[in-house]
Write a protein that binds this ligand. Structure first.
Ligand SMILES: [Zn+2]
Ligand SMILES: [Zn+2]
Length: 227
């Protein structure tokens, strides 16, 4: 198993690449702002060929390069339908202040939808790059947020790509349009808290953690577990 990552853009959204091995096909999770170049370097270094782009949600810092990466490698881009509109209208997912900053940064840059979109459903099994990934709909940060779970194998624990659902020591903010605090708590309970302590959490920002560490130390999860 090969999982590697780099932070992309001013908001340092983690772009992950996962493959069974070097020299194989891979999935690309959340190619955000200016991610194409860093991604090309990673792919080159490990001899990887993308089979699909997986988006955890529709915020621009996670999806910015999705159409470009999809077109460059001729692969589908997967997103939950409840966040699909954000691909072409990123300001829709932001408060007016941030939307204005976005316009100031990038002008009125046309966002085009990827050519090939796969709309995700809760519980859906994906089979790209030989990786048996399960989609878990996890609304709250955005209506169409999902987590991607890769089951445990002999050489590794379960892996959960959480996007902006769960971070080391924190959870996703819910004050953007479409955000819903009680929904994110329900999603964390349903998608995260039932998993084994050694489950590797690969979040949309910041360092890797585990479900066990977050269960023990994350104050937002204590709000759910009542500790
Ligand atoms: Zn986000
Ligand atoms: Zn983010």
């Amino acid at each position: 198993m090969l999982i590697t990552a780099f932070p992309a853009g001013p908001l340092a959204a983690n772009c992950y690449v996962a493959a069974l091995d070097a020299g194989a096909e891979c999935v690309v999770v959340d190619p955000g702002q200016d991610a194409a170049e860093g991604l090309a370097e990673l792919l080159d270094k490990h001899g990887l060929t993308p089979a699909a782009v997986l988006l955890t949600h529709g915020h621009f810092d996670h999806v910015w390069s999705a159409a470009e990466v999809g077109a460059t490698y001729g692969v589908p881009v997967c997103i939950h339908p409840d966040d699909r509109a954000l691909l072409t209208d990123p300001a829709k997912g932001l408060d007016p202040g941030l939307a204005a900053q976005l316009t100031a940064l990038f002008g009125d840059a046309e966002m085009t939808e990827p050519d090939d979109i796969v709309e995700l459903g809760d519980g859906q099994r994906l089979d790209f790059a030989g990786l048996p990934i399960t989609v878990h709909h996890a609304p709250g940060h955005t209506p169409g947020s999902v987590a991607y779970a890769l089951p445990a194998a002999q050489d590794r624990p379960e892996v959960l790509f959480t996007g902006d659902l769960l971070f080391a020591g924190s959870i996703g903010r819910t004050d953007f349009p479409g955000g819903d605090h009680s929904a994110i708590l329900r999603s964390l309970d349903r998608v995260c808290l039932g998993r084994a302590d050694d489950t590797a959490v690969l979040p949309g920002h910041g360092p890797q953690t585990t479900i066990g560490r977050e269960r023990a130390t994350n104050p937002f999860l204590h709000e759910i577990t009542g500790r």
